[in-house]
Design a protein around this ligand. Structure first.
Ligand SMILES: C[S@@+](CC[C@H](N)C(=O)[O-])C[C@H]1O[C@@H](n2cnc3c(N)ncnc32)[C@H](O)[C@@H]1O
Length: 233
């Protein structure tokens, strides 16, 4: 998958793409990240990318011309996403949907946001990563790419299952334990040591339902309709 990222701060991405699974995804040819520095498409000798809002009010708005020029410079634009707290909430189902695309382009906003005409002319969807406001779209872009990349076939190791992950079927995941069997007076639940896969499956499902009920009751209706009876392993 080609991921174009239009940003005023390309250096912010160096860490996230040079470590661990994302780095391996790039080296393995599953992910081709292309950073486009918006400043290079700024206007005039000062490379201006922002201006004051029509109608007054504080803050600066990213101008449409540099973003248009950056988008039009791309050999392949694919599915264009604008990161914005005004967007639809990005969920696991979106990550799965995006992971099947060949090319996506993410526009990182900054300051007060982006001139609305960019959305009207170029953007296929506006995504928010949560109900809070960050300083820029770089962290949301990293979140989206990370969630999408791990779903591209071949990116995670063969031993890693994604179908049991939290949110995959709408439920939160069951708890995990590893060695030692007892830690500071707390023992690993007996059922996990039983070797009885049917019982382990049933216990995990019960724990997933309990955790979801306690922590995210809003997910329950959706998950019961969508995942009852599905194998979580
Ligand atoms: C300070 S924010 C602008 C917030 C805007 N004035 C508003 O109230 O909707 C600057 C940029 O950060 C990014 N951003 C901030 N919070 C975000 C979120 N929750 N999800 C996605 N992008 C976000 C967007 O790209 C946005 O244009």
């Amino acid at each position: 998958m080609i991921v174009n990222i239009i940003t005023l701060f390309p250096d912010m991405f160096s860490g996230v793409f040079s470590e661990s699974i994302l780095s391996r995804a790039i080296q393995g040819g599953h992910l081709d990240v292309r950073l486009i520095h918006l400043r290079e498409y700024g206007l005039g000798s000062h490379r201006v990318v922002d201006d004051t809002p029509y109608g007054g009010g504080g803050g600066m708005i990213l101008k449409p011309e540099p973003i248009a020029a950056a988008l039009e410079s791309l050999p392949e634009r694919g599915h264009v996403i604008l990161t914005t707290p005004r967007g639809r909430l990005f969920r696991q189902a979106d990550a799965l949907r995006l992971s099947s695309l060949n090319v996506i382009t993410i526009i990182c906003g900054h300051y007060e946001g982006v001139d609305e005409r960019v959305s009207e002319l170029f953007v296929h969807e506006e995504l928010s990563i949560g109900d809070y406001v960050l300083t820029g779209g770089e962290l949301p872009a990293m979140v989206i790419i990370d969630a999408v990349a791990r779903l591209i076939p071949g990116v995670l190791g063969k031993d890693t299952t994604i179908s049991g992950d939290s949110h995959y079927h709408g439920l939160l995941e069951h708890p995990h334990y590893t060695r030692p069997r007892e830690f500071r007076g707390l023992a690993v639940p007996e059922v996990l040591l039983s070797g009885n896969h049917e019982q382990i499956r049933a216990w995990r499902r019960e724990m997933a339902l309990r955790k979801t009920r306690e922590t995210r009751p809003d997910l329950m209706e959706h998950s019961l309709a969508g995942s009852e009876g599905k194998d979580e392993d």
